[in-house]
Design a protein. Structure first.
Length: 220
C-alpha cells in the first residue's frame, strides 16, 4: 500500500478499527510520516470525547439508525466501535472524516468534558537515576496513540552546551525525543516525544553536546 493509502487509515487507527495487518502497516508508516504523527496528536482526545457522546448521537454521525446499537450507556464506546467496524468495510476514507465529525459534534453540543480534559495526565511509567556530582534525572513516560510522551525533570545537569534525550527501542534503533540548551542552574523541565511505543522502549539516554552519555535509564 502506498503512503497515500496508508494515510487514509489514520482515522481507523485512532479509533481501534484496523485489523492486525493494517495496524502493523500503519505503525510502520507512522514512524516515517510526521504529518500523520501531527494529526494523531491533534485528534488523540477524540476517543475520550466518544465516551461522552450519547449512543443515538454517536451512531447518527455514522449515518445509521440509533436502534442499530440501542444498548445501555455504559457500553456506548463498545457499541459505537462495533458499528464503526462494520461500516469500515464500506470505505476506509469515512473513518478519517468520522474522527473529525465526532470532534466537531462534541464541541458543537457543548459536552461537559472540560474538567476531564483539564486533569493532569498520569504517567504510565516513571524512572529516575542519580550519579556523581549530585546529578538527578527522572522521566515520566505516557503512552500515546502516536508513540510515547516523555516528561523530563533534571537537576545538576551540565550547565553549558546542548543536551538531548535519546530513546532506544528493543530492536536496537534509536530516536531523538527532544533537545535543549543547557541552563546555568543545571536544572530543566522539558517534554519530548517519540514514535516508539512505550512497550518497545529499552532505554532512555541523556547526552551532552559531544553525544556522550550523561545519564542512562534502562526500561525493564
Amino acid at each position: 500500500m502506498n503512503a497515500s493509502g496508508l494515510h487514509q487509515l489514520l482515522g481507523a487507527y485512532l479509533l481501534g478499527g484496523l485489523d492486525a495487518v493494517d495496524h502493523k502497516s500503519f505503525e510502520g508508516h507512522l514512524q516515517e510520516c510526521p504529518q500523520c504523527r501531527e494529526e494523531l496528536a491533534r485528534l488523540e482526545t477524540v476517543p475520550m470525547l466518544l465516551d461522552a457522546v450519547p449512543v443515538p448521537d454517536a451512531v447518527a454521525l455514522t449515518g445509521g439508525p440509533s436502534a442499530a446499537v440501542a444498548e445501555p450507556s455504559a457500553t456506548a464506546p463498545v457499541a459505537l466501535l462495533s458499528e464503526l467496524a462494520r461500516r469500515r468495510r464500506n470505505g476506509r476514507r469515512r473513518w478519517a472524516a468520522l474522527a473529525g465529525a465526532v470532534a466537531a459534534a462534541c464541541l458543537a453540543v457543548g459536552l461537559a468534558v472540560g474538567p476531564l480534559l483539564g486533569r493532569a495526565p498520569q504517567p504510565d511509567a516513571s524512572y529516575s537515576v542519580q550519579s556523581g556530582g549530585g546529578l538527578q534525572f527522572s522521566i515520566d513516560l505516557a503512552r500515546k496513540t502516536w508513540g510515547t510522551e516523555l516528561a523530563v525533570n533534571g537537576s545538576s545537569l551540565p550547565s553549558d552546551g546542548t543536551l538531548s534525550l535519546w530513546v532506544r527501542d528493543r530492536a536496537g534503533g534509536e530516536d531523538r525525543a527532544c533537545a535543549w540548551t543547557a541552563t546555568p542552574s543545571g536544572r530543566v523541565k522539558v517534554t519530548g516525544a517519540t514514535p516508539i511505543q512505550l512497550g518497545s522502549i529499552s532505554s532512555v539516554e541523556l547526552r551532552d553536546g559531544t553525544q556522550q552519555a550523561v545519564a542512562v535509564i534502562t526500561v525493564p
